[in-house]
Write a protein that binds this ligand. Sequence first.
Ligand SMILES: Cc1ncc(COP(=O)(O)O)c(C=O)c1O
Length: 394
Amino acid sequence: MSDLMLSKRAKMIGDSPTLKINALARAMKKEGKPLIHLGGGEPVFPAPLSAVEAIIKKAESRKIKYSPSSGTPELKAAVAQYTLQNYGREAGPQNIIVSAGAKQALFNFLLAAVQEGDEVVFPAPYWVSYPEMVKMAGATPVIVRPPKGKLQVSFEDVAAAVTDKTKAVLLNSPNNPSGLIFGADFISRVVRLTEEKNIFLLMDDIYHKLVFDGQTVPNPYEFAGNAQHLVIVNGVSKLYGLTGLRIGWAVSENKELIAAMGRMQAQSTSCNSDLSETAAAAALTGDQGCIDELRTLLQQHRDVLMNELAQIPHVNVQKPQGTFYSFGDFSYYNPDSQALAQYLLEKALVAVVPGAAFGMDGHLRISFCADEESIVQGVRRIKQALENISKKEG
Ligand SMILES: Cc1ncc(COP(=O)(O)O)c(C=O)c1O
């Protein structure tokens, strides 16, 4: 199709680099190449039985219909229970909207809250979709960059980026890709800042229970004077390994905002998948032991990955406190992370995601949600391929 036929918006929006890597990895495996995929964003965990049984029961009822646009009462009740248990806050049906993944919840928020001329402030490294989503909503992403050699910004850096045009601050903790948690002092000050400036604080909490070494993430509600500014996004993709259900949600005491997000959804996708909502409600209300199992396994995988990465000279990596990603500085070998990731894909047959996609070139995101053998062999292959670069240069 001629480029002339496309909207300005379409021309402005890039591909999702992580989804592209997944597609490439799938294609290479299909061709029979012994690829190791350390670029993924989903746990290799089977779906919880509660969700599977609910899907079967629902399918057998032969009633798979449109559901209420902003979520079924059962799923909203399950989200309310989750919110009370994890954040200590009551949430009614008007405070909750269920969407097709946390991704659509974030997008609904942006469509409902920002417009041309507005700015949305978020720190680097950031999840790949944030800048593109903000642009799709017509606003301008304002990226706060950490000092050289660091993976986290300070409160002062965030505060300095907030202007009259800022409509929201967006935080993801623990963070994809760094795996680091924003501490209580930082969160409390950002909560107060957003209240003072009368703007939103959008918390992408999709990994909030996948944190290691007995740590927890600070609860922003604890610091809120006026929780109307706070919007929490979460979902079943990461905690329950149910990426394929496509169920996430947003919770806010700001009912007008939730209603506006509901209008965006009702006029675009009508409603969520009936089957998926049933399964998500079952996962949320079923046995929660699967989250502890996943967290324990991921912590072991993190330790294995850290051990292996420590064998590669000149790589600087901070131990992830949560998620299933590490974000090491590989710039000694090649400051161009896209070229380095391409080299590793071709020469080592290992898929990783270039740091440039997360706003920090020179880094590579290596996931530890794969099985242990893949992590060990994958990093050993990377080490070998990097040694070849050093030899060529040396
Ligand atoms: C930080 C972050 N937010 C949101 C999402 C999207 O999650 P979902 O599958 O619920 O749309 C992801 C998925 O990778 C993510 O890493």
